[in-house]
Design a protein. Structure first.
Length: 314
């Protein structure tokens, strides 16, 4: 387990509680010494000690619902609602610096991958000690897959789920994605990536690549590059599920296969026609991306049922 670099105070459950038929929605606040991290609990009313899923969002300014300032698709919100309809509780949260957790932001130059891992470990500790819940399941989406993977090495986690998680390090993933750009982009990026992988920052970044490799984000990238998903998933002792969509244009089926090869006990599920945000989508890039900003489009059929089956399996 990574060493914690931030001291957390006690978690506080807010008093906001709304009843929706057979489940209850509550606001949860994780109070830290750098500000509050806000989350939402969906709790089924019809079952005692239901399993609870801790949902971890992907990279960038993605909030608890799976949205960011540029697009709204409600993918994580729909996931949580699908779970509670099957008597499974969930907690999803805005990462520090995002949404209602903006007060917990850490300056970009000081932010490290371990900050997000430590936040998840603290949520795990809290949920473990909450007598309302049964089994604890950690579910990470995209970048959240790796964050959850490391945090789930915690002895209190009963099951782990990776959804659209990379099977290679972020350095290799960036190289793979940059191959889709004009050749000179990868040529100029390669020496920068090599330096970062060696733990060294780069001062002179070409203007064309500045948004990707700006000096303030380089320490975070270095800390992220230390973790290889294929190595981390092999350390898990809890039952694990790897879910990947066949029309995901950000993460390949080959990533799921690599994770599966590293943890042969894990269950692997490939959902036909599912893209990166769990929506039905074709392989065509433009049509696929169009779903990223359609909050009314439901999740692809079979996605929720695969997760529910895995969670309830004894």
């Amino acid at each position: 387990m990574v060493k914690k670099i931030i001291t957390f105070s006690l978690l506080v459950l807010s008093c906001t509680s709304i009843l929706f038929g057979q489940f209850k929605e509550e606001s949860i606040v994780l109070a830290t010494n750098t500000g509050d991290i806000s989350g939402t609990l969906l709790l089924p009313e019809s079952i005692a000690k239901p399993p609870v899923v801790l949902i971890i969002a992907g990279s960038g300014p993605t909030d608890r619902n799976g949205n960011n300032p540029m697009m709204t698709n409600n993918s994580l919100k729909m996931l949580a609602e699908g779970l509670v309809e099957n008597t499974i509780a969930s907690v999803r949260f805005d990462k520090r610096g995002v949404g209602q957790s903006v007060g917990a932001a850490i300056p970009e130059s000081e932010l490290r991958f371990e900050n997000f891992i430590d936040d998840v470990v603290t949520w795990i500790d809290f949920l473990t000690n909450d007598s309302r819940f049964g089994d604890l399941v950690v579910l990470g989406h995209s970048e959240g897959s790796l964050i959850g993977m490391v945090a789930a090495q915690n002895k209190h986690v009963d099951k782990y789920i990776s959804v659209a998680g990379a099977g290679i390090s972020v350095g290799e993933l960036l190289r793979k994605q940059l191959k889709n750009q004009p050749s000179f982009v990868l040529e100029q990026s390669t020496p920068i990536l090599e330096k970062l992988e060696q733990g060294e920052t780069v001062e002179n970044v070409p203007q064309m690549l500045f948004s990707l490799f700006r000096p303030s984000v380089q320490p975070y990238m270095i800390s992220w590059m230390k973790y290889d998903p294929a190595l981390e998933i092999a350390k898990l002792k809890s039952p694990s599920l790897i879910i990947q969509g066949s029309t995901d244009i950000q993460v390949d089926v080959s990533d799921a296969e690599k994770l599966s090869e590293s943890n042969k006990k894990a269950k692997k599920v490939i959902i036909e026609g599912m893209n990166h945000i769990f929506k039905p989508a074709p392989s065509d890039r433009l049509q696929n991306i169009a779903t990223y900003n359609n909050p009314d489009l439901p999740l692809v059929e079979g996605f929720i049922s695969e997760i529910v089956e895995f969670i309830k399996e004894k």
